[in-house]
Design a protein around this ligand. Structure first.
Ligand SMILES: [Zn+2]
Length: 501
């Protein structure tokens, strides 16, 4: 309105004089100008007040004071402008809590869910996502959505027949997960008729890179939930994988949430753990409740710190397991902003509770806890442990990476966007300072994934993925609830318009 008024005023004043020159001088420039705002960006210490940011064609083109008004000018007085947030651990191919069969049986609900998911990430400020297990096909589809956070992906390179491929029947396993690795250490178990040379780190990384991935994910998981004895890779194999991926400019993440898995990851020299260490080696029954970081755990964490290995705590994996069993979970008011009502209603049906039922049936600890109304005590020790590990890394110069693991399993209790917001809360609970969290959410993740030339800070030439907040995220995590506008590649959207209701 202000802009229009000024233009009209100018035309009025200038009629009859040498108008064209003056008109050009005062006519609004193309794009969007965010005026008189406080910049919060991790590449410099502190904040810069009373600045203008000019955005054009999806890019930040100028930052300064008293810049000329643009076609759209936004008054940022008293507010804070930050880069959009990056969630470095998501899974975007499925609707959380819905199987392919459910999608086919309830197409209207699935459609509403798929339309809302990208908006829910944006609602909570996430303008960039990394799917840790995807392909160009899946991510290509995602990036053609009308309004969406920009998604990137890792290709997975598990050892043959190892986690997560053992969940896929053998008859289709090698087709569904084609980039499995041959391991010399188990040469005699390698599937017949498959050429090991096609499954060397070189061949696998080349295919993953050619598909357009920005990272490689591999796995060390011997079992969970009462199941186990799954094959794990040899150190040699993963060392070779890391060297090969690095030669192609790709970081390697390791699925590792146990003490032995992370000890392996330190030895193999991976770049990051895709989970916090919540399973410790317990020697006695009583040890299982211990939540103070012991010397053996410390030694592994110190090894990770010395090698600069990052860690995504992903505490929401565990809280999500609790929430899945909470009988009142689906009535939580915050869900209404991120989930369509028909999806919430469906989750509440017997069909929608299929995963909850499987967990109750298969996990011997869950049912007694639920029956006793103590679902909120599930995973209490692992949660305390992962928070303790997060605190240890934070206070000893470790590299914490932000990733929510949304969704970590086919659960409705890791909803898009909100799950990341809750993960932030866990970092604060672990004692991490808001500044550290903010850096991890922005430039820290951009640097880890090699996206820092494009993203992660407020600098000229970077993609205009921005958040306008009423509060300063460096002083408290609640600031992320005060987002007013989300700018996605230069397009300005009011947060309220991104909500499911
Ligand atoms: Zn995951």
């Amino acid at each position: 309105m202000k802009t229009i008024l000024k233009t009209v005023l100018c035309i009025g004043l200038c009629s009859g004089c040498q108008a064209p020159q003056i008109l050009t001088q005062n006519a609004p420039v193309e794009g969007v100008l965010i005026q008189n705002v406080t910049l919060v960006s991790a590449e410099r210490d502190g904040v810069r007040a009373h600045m203008d940011v000019w955005v054009r064609e999806g890019v930040i083109v100028e930052i300064g004071k008293n810049l000329p008004e643009a076609v759209r000018t936004i008054d940022g007085s008293g507010k804070f402008l930050t880069p959009g947030l990056i969630d470095g651990h998501t899974h975007l191919s499925e609707v959380p809590g819905m199987s392919e069969e459910h999608e086919a049986a309830f197409p209207e609900i699935a459609k509403a869910a798929r339309a809302q998911i990208p908006r829910s990430y944006l609602y909570h400020g996430f303008t960039t996502l990394v799917d840790l297990n995807a392909s160009a096909q899946v991510i290509g589809r995602w990036n053609t959505e009308l309004l969406h956070p920009h998604a990137y992906f890792c290709g997975i390179a598990p050892v043959f027949d190892g986690y997560p491929t053992q969940f896929v029947p053998k008859s289709i396993r090698y087709k569904v997960v084609p980039n499995f690795l041959y391991d010399d250490a188990r040469a005699d178990e390698f599937p017949e008729g498959v050429d090991p040379a096609e499954h060397s780190p070189e061949a696998v990384v080349a295919r993953i890179k050619a598909d357009g991935a920005i990272c490689v994910k591999t796995h060390y998981e011997s079992g969970f939930g009462g199941r186990g004895n799954w094959p794990v890779p040899s150190v040699n194999l993963v060392q070779n994988l890391v060297a090969t991926a690095h030669a192609q400019g790709l970081p390697v993440l390791l699925h590792a949430n146990s003490q032995s898995a992370q000890a392996f990851g330190v030895a193999a020299g991976v770049d990051a753990f895709a989970h916090g260490m919540w399973t410790w080696d317990d020697k006695t029954w009583d040890d299982r409740q211990a939540t103070v970081v012991n010397d053996e755990v410390k030694q592994i964490l110190d090894g990770a710190i010395a090698k600069g290995i990052g860690m995504q705590p992903t505490v929401q994996v565990l809280y999500g397991e609790q929430d899945l069993q909470d009988p009142d979970y689906l009535a939580r008011p915050e869900l209404k902003s991120v989930l369509p009502q028909n999806l919430i209603d469906w989750y509440g049906t017997e069909d929608g509770k299929w995963w909850q039922a499987i967990i109750r049936r298969n996990n011997p600890v869950v049912k007694p806890a639920v029956d006793a109304g103590r679902w909120d005590e599930l995973d209490a020790a692992p949660i305390a442990r992962v928070l303790a590990v997060t605190e240890y890394l934070d206070t000893h110069g470790g590299r914490l990476l932000f990733g929510s693991d949304t969704p970590s399993e086919p659960t409705y209790a890791n909803p898009a966007g909100l799950n990341g917001r809750l993960e932030m809360q866990s970092w604060i609970k672990a004692g991490v300072a808001p500044e550290t969290l903010f850096r991890a959410l922005t430039l820290g993740n951009a640097e880890f994934f090699g996206l820092e030339k494009m993203l992660g800070s407020l600098e000229v030439g970077k993609r205009a993925d921005l958040l306008l907040m009423a509060k300063n995220p460096l002083t408290g995590v609640e600031a992320y609830d005060s987002i007013e506008l989300v700018v996605v590649e230069g397009r300005v959207v009011a947060r309220v318009d991104l909500a499911a209701r």
